[in-house]
Design a protein around this ligand. Structure first.
Ligand SMILES: C[S@@+](CC[C@H](N)C(=O)[O-])C[C@H]1O[C@@H](n2cnc3c(N)ncnc32)[C@H](O)[C@@H]1O
Length: 237
């Protein structure tokens, strides 16, 4: 019988370990971050676990590698870095992978990238940078400028965050070639984000059968966002 034990206590452990495509990701967590000013980025959240196992199931083992060859990838709200580290491992051949978050979170991402470098050679292509949602995307140049080919974000759609700024950044960092992958736990009071997002992007939901059978739950979904044509026209005028 399927159990939800993978959801238990991840926030109380010093480390979170997860096997993804033959490699054990080894992530440190900072306990009580929400009480110490670090914010929510010190823990591995549930949606990024589901996301990492989904990408393994559908794209692991070097399948579909032309999708990422030479492509640029950005993670928004990276937290412990799990999503970006899993993508670096799966999306082999990407040219640049940039993991971003607020300034106070960057040292955790850097620590986790360093911890996993021996077993994931693709982490050589990973950079860790500050990016505050809503900030000027034209100023973001190092190591690569937007638009990105792929953008990922896990567990960033929560009412405690400035979701209008997250959406603004998603629009400004993307173009017609960008695919945005969002792993998200359903949360109340996020409707205005979804209304705005549906205005700017065509959004599809990954079907249940594509999810990892163990690492899934009814309230966690993965979405694929592609920019709508009228949004592209509005941006270019
Ligand atoms: C719930 S955590 C999720 C972390 C990680 N993606 C995961 O799933 O484990 C949300 C992340 O969004 C980041 N975040 C919140 N507000 C932000 C903002 N205004 N600009 C950039 N990042 C922000 C937080 O620092 C945190 O790392």
């Amino acid at each position: 019988m399927a159990t939800l034990s993978w959801r238990d206590g991840r926030g109380n452990q010093e480390k979170y370990l997860l096997e993804v495509d033959g490699v054990e990701l080894d992530l440190v967590q900072k306990k009580l971050g929400e009480l110490t000013g670090l914010g929510t980025g010190g823990n591995v959240w549930n949606a990024v676990i589901v996301f990492s196992k989904w990408i393994e199931k559908n794209y692991g083992g070097g399948r579909h590698k032309d999708l990422w060859k030479g492509k640029t990838i950005m993670e928004l709200g990276s937290g412990t870095g799990m999503g970006g580290i899993a993508c670096a491992h799966i999306m082999k051949g990407a040219s640049q992978i940039v993991l971003t978050d607020q300034a106070q979170v960057l040292s955790i991402i850097e620590e986790n990238v360093a911890r996993n470098r021996d077993r994931i050679p693709e982490l050589e292509k990973v950079s860790v940078r500050e990016f505050e949602w809503g900030s000027d995307v034209k100023a973001f140049k190092d190591p690569v400028s937007p638009p990105f080919d792929w953008i990922i974000a896990c567990d960033c759609i929560a009412p405690i965050f400035p979701l209008h700024l997250l959406l603004k950044s998603m629009i400004e960092l993307s173009d017609e070639n960008t695919t945005i992958l969002i792993g998200s736990e359903q949360r109340q009071f996020t409707q205005s984000f979804w209304d705005g997002a549906r205005g700017a992007f065509d959004i599809t939901v990954i079907p249940e059968e594509d999810m990892d059978p163990r690492y899934c739950d009814d309230d966690i979904q993965i979405f694929v966002f592609k920019k709508k044509k009228q949004q592209l026209a509005a941006q270019s005028s």
